[in-house]
Design a protein around this ligand. Structure first.
Ligand SMILES: [Zn+2]
Ligand SMILES: [Zn+2]
Length: 134
């Protein structure tokens, strides 16, 4: 399987994951908006054991984002690169930090009830006003 490579803006932090994302999607919640400074976050999930930090561990800092997740960002350039959900043994990557395009594209929009009114969703993906129904 091919690998996907990603990293931060300044290039000090790099990672790789196999191209088999377990999920990918957009979150419009108010936390993601402030966390990223963007109208929504685009993330993809991999098993923690599939995530390899190739470079830049000393440049990483973490932020406890919510009860179950830790967000990792580059101290030098401030890019949010990935996060951990230890309870589920998962890592999520920020899709915008990938160099290649993943095979699995985003599958849904969640928390659209918190979406900003100046961004219109123009794709046909399923939308959930809150957490995804599983
Ligand atoms: Zn950086
Ligand atoms: Zn969110």
């Amino acid at each position: 399987m091919k690998n996907l490579n990603g990293g931060c803006l300044c290039g000090r932090v790099e990672y790789k994951v196999p191209d088999n994302l377990i999920y990918a999607g957009y979150c419009h919640c108010s936390e993601c908006r402030r966390w990223t400074g963007s109208p929504f976050s685009a993330t993809g999930g991999v098993k923690a054991s599939d995530f390899t930090l190739s470079k830049g561990e000393v440049f990483l800092s973490s932020f406890k984002k919510g009860e179950n997740s830790l967000s990792y960002f580059c101290k030098h350039c401030s890019s949010i690169v990935y996060g951990e959900v230890p309870k589920h043994n998962m890592v999520f990557i920020m899709l915008g930090t990938l160099i290649q395009s993943p095979t699995l594209k985003p599958q849904w929009h969640i928390y659209t009830g918190s979406k900003v009114d100046w961004y219109q969703i123009s794709d046909d993906l399923p939308q959930f006003t809150g957490a995804p129904k599983t």
